[in-house]
Design a protein around this ligand. Structure first.
Ligand code: SF4
Length: 411
């Protein structure tokens, strides 16, 4: 048995352990065990610094899970979009391929808890209908292996799947969605990366949510993947009490870049049953994004998205930087709240000088307004410098401004 397998075996998982280690009332612990079992491996358990900290919140069952009556079992309607077992086909040229129900840790916010933790193993035989579907659908060029966590499979089983996928000519890209680099980095072994790199191009999407998860062990795991030519990107989830803070996010994303992991997505938490207590307002996410853009490297800034309930797919959400747009120009503010005009192209013809009246500050609310009803000041109700939500007026504050567009020759 490899070290990582021993650590999975030695995880905290029973009702007795939940009562003894975390002081959870026995009846509540039984209810939580029934709802979604715990699995906290010794490595991740060791990252907890104090009760209720951001690491604890992600892995220790909480009574609030049982009080949530609003969430959905399958908020993204993955099962409805599943033409054959273990495949979800939502986007035209990509397919999600569920290869196992096991994970190195069971995250309390998991969107797929309806499937995850079930100890039934998926055999190659059971995956046959999925392979057939992928073979027949020549429009699919990108397969995302997920689960559960595909890196819970043995190297042998994982290689069988990769080899089989590589025999399908129209599949150009294979992605492995795995939280192992974060929650059980010991899984990333020299043998594993040597095997994976035979099936390039293979990408790994991992899932760090807090800077404390970046340790010498997880650093080594991500660097081993990168050194094997496997690009690694990160999908984080915005969660109350875990990472709903711009400084925590900035630290997370910049530290990820240092270990060669590209911040890719930041998700609003899904409307998953048992995870409502993790959800924040959209405003919180927009404020965080606004405090990142311009203040740190663009490489460290993920796409902020909502995975639309009902299976609508990922929808990007941006703070409001465009104040006004018409056929001739777009008026924007930068990260400091300064106003700029970009002229639309008109077949190389210069436009005469024009003045564009823009109402910057709504007198009543102190919020930005561009005179056409939209919020011209970002969506966080902050002042014009886009920084902190105080009512202090920006240096360049005026009730109204006229932005002069200067016509120049395009030659
Ligand atoms: S690793 Fe992923 S699939 Fe597994 S419990 Fe965590 S979020 Fe769910």
């Amino acid at each position: 048995m490899e070290l990582w397998q021993q650590m999975v075996r030695d995880s905290v998982h029973s009702v007795d352990q939940l009562v003894e280690k975390f002081g959870i009332d026995r009846t509540v612990a039984e209810g939580l065990d029934e709802f979604f079992q715990a699995r906290i491996n010794p490595y991740y358990l060791g990252l907890i610094r104090y009760p209720g900290d951001p690491i604890w919140k992600q892995c220790v069952p909480d009574k609030a899970e049982l009080d949530d009556l609003e969430g959905f079992a399958d908020p993204l309607q993955e099962d409805r979009m599943s033409p054959v077992p273990n495949i979800t086909h939502r986007y035209p040229d990509r397919a999600l391929f569920l290869t196992t129900s096991q994970c190195g840790m069971y995250c309390r916010f998991c969107t797929r808890k309806r499937k995850v933790g079930n100890s039934d193993k998926i055999s190659m035989k059971e995956l046959e209908s999925a392979f057939k579907y992928l073979e027949q659908h020549t429009e699919i060029r990108d397969v995302i292996m997920s689960g559960g966590d595909p890196l819970m499979l043995t190297d042998v089983m994982l290689e069988k799947i990769l080899k089989r996928l590589r025999q399908i000519p129209h599949i150009e890209i294979i992605r492995i969605g795995s939280k192992m680099p974060c929650v059980l980095p010991h899984r990333i072994t020299p043998k594993l990366v040597e095997m994976i790199k035979k099936y390039h191009p293979v990408y790994v999407n991992t899932h760090f949510n807090h800077p404390w998860e970046i340790t010498p062990e997880s650093t080594k795991a991500c660097e081993m993947l990168a050194n094997a030519g496997i690009p690694v990107s990160n999908q984080a989830v915005l969660m109350r009490g875990v990472n709903d803070d711009a400084e925590v996010m900035r630290e997370l994303f910049t530290k990820l870049l240092k270990i060669r992991v590209r911040p890719y997505y930041l998700y609003m938490a899904d409307e998953t049953r048992g995870a409502n207590h993790f959800r924040t307002s959209l405003e919180t996410g927009l404020e965080i994004m606004q405090k990142l853009r311009g203040y740190t490297s663009g490489l460290a800034i993920p796409h902020f998205v909502i995975d639309a309930p009902g299976g609508g797919g990922k929808i990007p959400i941006l703070p409001q930087y465009v104040l006004h747009r018409d056929e001739d120009r777009v008026v924007m503010k930068n990260y400091k709240g300064e106003i700029f005009v970009y002229r639309e192209a008109h077949n190389g013809e210069a436009k005469p000088d024009v003045k564009i009246p823009i109402e910057l500050i709504d007198k009543k609310n102190g919020n930005g307004s561009n005179g056409n009803g939209s919020n011209g000041n970002g969506s966080n109700g902050s002042n014009g410098n886009g920084s902190n939500g105080s009512s202090k007026k920006p240096k360049n504050y005026k009730e109204k401004v006229e932005v002069t567009e200067v016509a120049t020759s395009n030659n």
